[in-house]
Design a protein around this ligand. Structure first.
Ligand SMILES: N[C@@H](CCC(=O)N[C@@H](CS)C(=O)NCC(=O)O)C(=O)O
Length: 330
């Protein structure tokens, strides 16, 4: 686990020293946009084209998972390729399969070598895009094969591009960020991001009791708020399935398998919150979504990579999850 400093890889864990034990997530650095050309405007640098862009993801990562879900929802499978890193993220950060993998890591089915750029580590992709890059090396990465660079490493922006910019290519007009609901979606995203999506990390990576207590209380108040909302309506924003639901889903699906134990988010499980549990099952059973969920990668990543939380690196066998049974959400 490390980061690039002026283009050089340094093996360093997150520091919470300056933040009284609180984990602070850094902002993503590559924030460019793919835009469909519009009449009378100069041609954008990144235009939607079939097979021009490629995703680097980890199947373990909830942020990368959003982009895989949108690739399915928006029928982009044949237009945007994917390479999956190994789940064990160790001294060299995210690794591709191959002979340079860390000695203590094992190859996990579903992980791949980097057939596109022939690299051993994800940080080399960042170095190619920006030789003096400083910052964390995170997934997802949306890579541009034409300009040999990173378009974006911010999942919330990648899913918006997938939602709207490739429609002419795919003919898929499904809209998970409709204009009329944008305010409401943005408001919901804001507290779900800080208290739930990032909130589970703030519990797990806290290094003082009080930082953990604060994150834990916020997390479960937010989950109670979601449970109350979903007890009276179908989705987070009324009757319409939006990006807000998919953004929440990738955290919910990891919750009982990993966060409850590994991140100590154990007031209760999602399985104990009946509206959320049924809602999560409904989303899991939505066409093409279950195949984006890989519990082997999820459990291997968290339990094996975070040696300071789980020094034995033993990965639990359970829990048994009930995701395929009937739900009452239509
Ligand atoms: N803002 C980013 C966050 C991505 C992120 O933090 N990904 C994690 C994996 S779950 C990562 O790659 N961490 C590596 C690191 O921080 O060194 C996004 O949503 O795309």
């Amino acid at each position: 686990m490390g980061l690039l400093q002026n283009g050089k890889w340094v093996d360093k864990w997150y520091s919470t020293d300056k933040n009284e034990g609180n984990f602070e997530r850094e902002d993503a650095i590559f924030r460019q946009q793919i835009c469909a050309p519009s009449d009378g405007k100069p041609t954008p640098k990144f235009t939607p084209e079939s097979q021009r862009y490629h995703l680097y993801v980890s199947l373990a990562c909830p942020w990368a998972h959003r982009t895989l879900i949108f690739r399915e929802l928006k029928a982009l499978q044949s237009h945007i390729g994917v390479t999956t890193v190994e789940p064990h993220m160790l001294a060299n950060g995210w690794e591709f399969s191959g002979p340079k993998q860390s000695e203590i890591a094992s190859h996990i089915n579903g992980a791949e070598s980097d057939r596109l750029n022939g690299k051993d580590f994800l940080y080399e992709i960042y170095q190619t895009a920006k030789p003096d890059y400083s910052g964390r090396v995170t997934v997802p990465v949306l890579w541009d094969k034409s300009l040999n660079t990173i378009v974006s490493n911010e999942s919330s922006e990648i899913i918006r591009m997938f939602n709207s910019e490739f429609n002419t290519l795919t003919g898929n007009e499904l809209d998970f960020y409709p204009k009329a609901l944008r305010n409401e979606i943005d408001q919901i995203n804001a507290w779900i991001y800080s208290d739930i999506n990032n909130g589970v990390y703030r519990c797990g990576f806290a290094t003082t009791q009080s930082a953990y207590n604060t994150a834990f209380d916020k997390l479960f108040s937010a989950l109670d708020r979601v449970e109350a909302l979903l007890s009276k309506q179908k989705f987070l924003v009324g009757d319409t399935l939006t990006e807000a639901d998919w953004r929440l889903f990738t955290t919910l699906i990891r919750f009982d398998a990993v966060y409850v134990g590994h991140f100590k988010t154990n007031r209760n499980r999602i399985a104990d919150m009946s509206a959320i549990q049924d809602y999560m099952k409904a989303l899991y059973q939505y066409p093409n979504i279950a195949k984006t969920v890989n519990f082997e990668h999820i459990k291997q990543h968290y339990y094996f990579s975070h040696g300071q939380i789980n020094p034995t690196r033993v990965v639990p066998n359970g829990p048994q999850l009930d995701l395929l049974s009937a739900h009452n959400r239509g």
